[in-house]
Each structure stands twice: as structure tokens, then as C-alpha cells.
Design a protein around this ligand. Structure first.
Ligand SMILES: *[C@@H]1O[C@H](CO)[C@@H](O)[C@H](O)[C@H]1NC(C)=O
Length: 284
């Protein structure tokens, strides 16, 4: 697919993501208001094994909690009916590091599984997966061919996305794989099972955009990209209209392992108008 057209599809999706999943609107955007300081993570590592959790764990906030269950396979996020968007995010923010998320993508035409970093200024570094295909016909794609979406947003504006990933017997909807993002002031890299699939250097930031530079939280969840109420292009991007015959569709996250490059107690934005410097880091 021509790149230009593809960006168009992703643009449509960006709108839909915000529309479908209201959580992507921050409560307080520091570019437009004075916002309270945000909790950071004081250690250099955060690890959780969700298979050992019986209920909502410490340090996570859950939206649509009926759709989030803690099972022997890990945290399950279920799309069971139109409008479902079970989501969970860390109650702390980080200013750089590496995020390893061990997950199994929800199957189901038009169902999107996601693991995203995003900030109050709407910087965003994404992993998104369609349950059946990745922007190309035929549906479903030939075995082993998946397009994984690696979108980047800076202050709410999207750069571009998508990284092809092919591996023998790679079955993201029936197997767990580790999807990682490594991010700091110099670069962003995405890894599948420790193999790099895409890297962007800060020095190669597209003109007119900023490199993501604000404290991010990690958000996990499932949403209905193929909801018939969405735009035609969003539905195509998602793999077609959601087919409820196979529902419910569940994404599982087994573990999250975060390496924190800048341990801190909290992050405060220095001033409202500043657009290029990183948020201030408070030590404990
Ligand atoms: C978490 O990631 C770090 C850095 O890659 C690694 O050293 C550590 O063993 C991981 N922890 C677990 C429990 O997997």
C-alpha cells in the first residue's frame, strides 16, 4: 500500500482511538493548564507477573473493570460486546527506559489489542495489533505475515507507523510473545522477542514534529477498531467489521517488566508554554 495512503488510514484510526477509548484524552494537559505533579517510579526496575494476581494489582488503574480479569494466563482484556474497551494503565509515569510486555493478542476480525506509552501532553509510542489482519487483503493474512503497528504521536500529532514482522510459526493470537519499547531522549526501538523491528533516532525526527519527550505511563487494552460506527478506513485498518460470532475475544498479558532509566519521585512540567524540553525530574 502506498505510504501516503497508509498514513491516511492511521490518521483515521487515531481519531477513532480517541473516540472509542476516551482514556486517551488526558485529564489535564500541561501544555494548556497548570497540572498537578505526576507520580514517578523511584526504582530502576518495575516487574509484575499477572498470573500471580487474584485481583486488581497495586500501581494499576483499571477502566471498564468487568472486561479485565486476572487468570492463570495473566491479565485478560475481553471484547465481548459492542463498545467494550477494557483498559488498564500504570499509576506512575516514566521518562525513559525499556518496557517489556509479554502478551497474546486477542483474535477476532476488527478487534485491536494495544500496549501503548502515552503522556499527558499526548506523546505516544504504540504497539497495536489487529486480531485478524494488518491493513492488507486477504483476510486473514498468509500464515506468518503480520504487520505490527508502531505508531508515534508527539503532542497529539501522528508521525507514521507500521513495521513488518515475519517469523516462522509466529502466531500472535495463540502464543505469547514479548513486545518491547525502548525509549529515551536519543532513540525509540521496538522489539519482538528481543529482536529489533524498528528504530527511530531522535536526530531523524520528521520535520515539523517533536521527538516524544514527556513522562509516559504504560497502558494495556483492547478496543473495537472494526466497530461499524467507525469510519470506513478505520474499519479497513482494523481488519474489517467486528465479527461477533467468535466473541468474546480476549488479549492476555502475562507480565510487564520495566527498566526505568530515570528513577524519580514525581515529574513536574516546568511551565506551560515550553514545548521542547523534557519535564523536570524530582529526586526522592
Ligand atoms: C527485567 O528486565 C531486565 C533488563 O532487561 C532483566 O535484567 C531482568 O532479568 C528482567 N526481569 C525479569 C523478572 O524478567
Amino acid at each position: 500500500m502506498p505510504k501516503k495512503e497508509f498514513i491516511g488510514l492511521l490518521g483515521a484510526l487515531a481519531f477513532a482511538a480517541r473516540f472509542v477509548n476516551g482514556q486517551l484524552e488526558p485529564d489535564c494537559n500541561p501544555l494548556h493548564a497548570e497540572c498537578p505533579a505526576k507520580k514517578a517510579w523511584p526504582g530502576d526496575n518495575y516487574y509484575i507477573d499477572f498470573t500471580k494476581e487474584a485481583g486488581p494489582p497495586e500501581n494499576w488503574i483499571i477502566a471498564d473493570d468487568e472486561g479485565v480479569k486476572f487468570t492463570s494466563k495473566g491479565a485478560g482484556f475481553t471484547y465481548g460486546k459492542k463498545g467494550d474497551a477494557p483498559t488498564m494503565w500504570t499509576d506512575f509515569y516514566m521518562l525513559g527506559g525499556r518496557y517489556d510486555v509479554e502478551m497474546q493478542v486477542a483474535p477476532g476480525q476488527g478487534v485491536i489489542s494495544s500496549s501503548v506509552l502515552w503522556s499527558d501532553t499526548q506523546d505516544e509510542i504504540d504497539w497495536e495489533f489487529s486480531g485478524n489482519q494488518h491493513g492488507e487483503e486477504p483476510f486473514p493474512p498468509p500464515d506468518g505475515k503480520w504487520l505490527v503497528e508502531t505508531n508515534v504521536f508527539a503532542q497529539g500529532r501522528m508521525w507514521d507507523g507500521a513495521a513488518k514482522y515475519q517469523k516462522d510459526a509466529y502466531k500472535p493470537t495463540t502464543q505469547f510473545h514479548t513486545y518491547s519499547v525502548e525509549w529515551d531522549e536519543d532513540h525509540m526501538s521496538w522489539y519482538v522477542d528481543n529482536k529489533v523491528v524498528r528504530t527511530v533516532e531522535a536526530s531523524n525526527t520528521p520535520s515539523g514534529f517533536l521527538f516524544p519527550q514527556s513522562p509516559m505511563k504504560l497502558q494495556l487494552g483492547v478496543w473495537g477498531g472494526g466497530d461499524p460506527a467507525n469510519s470506513y478506513w478505520t474499519i479497513q485498518w482494523a481488519g474489517g467489521e467486528i465479527d461477533m460470532k467468535g466473541a468474546p475475544y480476549t488479549m492476555y498479558v502475562r507480565s510487564v517488566n520495566i527498566t526505568n532509566k530515570y528513577p524519580a519521585c514525581q515529574y513536574r512540567y516546568k511551565d506551560r508554554v515550553r514545548t521542547t524540553s523534557r519535564a523536570k525530574t524530582d529526586s526522592c
